[in-house]
Design a protein around this ligand. Sequence first.
Ligand code: PLP
Length: 424
Amino acid sequence: MRCRSAGAVQRLAGWFAAMIGDLPSVIWQRNDDGEFIVAGKPLSEIVAAVGSTPCYLYDRGRIQQRISALRAQLPEAVQLHYAVKANPMPALVCRMAALVDGLDVASAGELRIALDSGMDPARISFAGPGKSDAELAQAHAAGILVNVESFREINVLVRASERTGTAARVAVRVNLPFELRASGMKMSGGARPFGIDAERVPEMLGRIRDSGLAFEGFHLFAGSQNLHAEAIIEAQTRSYELALGLIEHCPQPPRLLNLGGGFGIPYTLRDTALDVHAVCDNLATLAARARRDMPGARLAIELGRYLVGEAGIYVARVIERKISHEQVFLIVDGGMHHHLAASGNLGQVMRRNYPVAVNRLGADKEIASISGPLCTPLDLLADRAELDVAEAGDLVVVFQSGAYGRSASPRGFLSHPDVIEALV
Ligand SMILES: *Cc1c(COP(=O)(O)O)cnc(C)c1O
């Protein structure tokens, strides 16, 4: 295909209008020269200050706005946690620590970043299907909450508790007996490596009771990247009810019910933003029920990409403009080794372009592909997108890149330089 159909180009144009026009969560304005304004400055100035391309830029003002807007709708009784794996850049995590009620980590490496951020260890929790003995010992020593996912983890924590005389803090991560419908990434329902099957939870609670670990509650995470409020509402309500059914087996009344998250962000033309208002309304209902059903338990949600994804951009510079069989390729100095997700290779079933743009208004628009320096056809940041006509030296921007970017990319692949990150 040499050219998109008229309908596709129109949809693309619609997305750009939304991007830089009227969709409040993803407005990136341009100045008169067509440069994007990032943290109040033209993008080229920020890039000059950062020093070189390629780079990720995370806009702290946007992160703050996103969190305030969510807090305005989220019932006060519901705590907001940040899932560090979405973006573990230390400076960003420090910023998040001041804005959220807790941090959720998924490795000892993330735990160190979380502890450095100044977040109270009492408000850090650790989930993940393969916590090593060393990671569990470190978590226990730091006094954080471990979302236990197997009997082996319980045994390791019991030994650590006996050694030190301090009971490890645990919550039980349940493999929910249902799926998060219409989700980009399902993490429950049926056979899963995550959590412990719901049928075995009473037995696990018995073991926790007998061993004297400090039981704090449940971790119920159904999946990720969901744009359908009804699906999230259904999963959160069913999670709540599941926990309620387990209360009689608990060693102590639960103090925490982590209902997961899964709030998605739009990445492509076909996506519409999540109706968070509806999800927050349902959380208010659940919080009211919890006050009656389990006094003393706080509800929490843990979000990653929803908090930081839209605040980040990936910027690369055009090295060369190449024409092959009448198709334009903008070959840039960054690619899939820094931004696997934008190349379509991080779990996408169908490759779709992230929103991309040239940091300049060209006299004309054209259909062009943005391709990286790696010797593989997988290294494609945009496949035949409508873009302002660009030349070597121009900057191109990949939006919606604040989550699952640098840390989720194969940076050693082809031994190119690493990517710079800056919080601006
Ligand atoms: C990945 C993950 C998250 C964050 O998912 P997002 O889609 O970034 O919100 C939260 N909790 C757990 C347990 C996860 O594995």
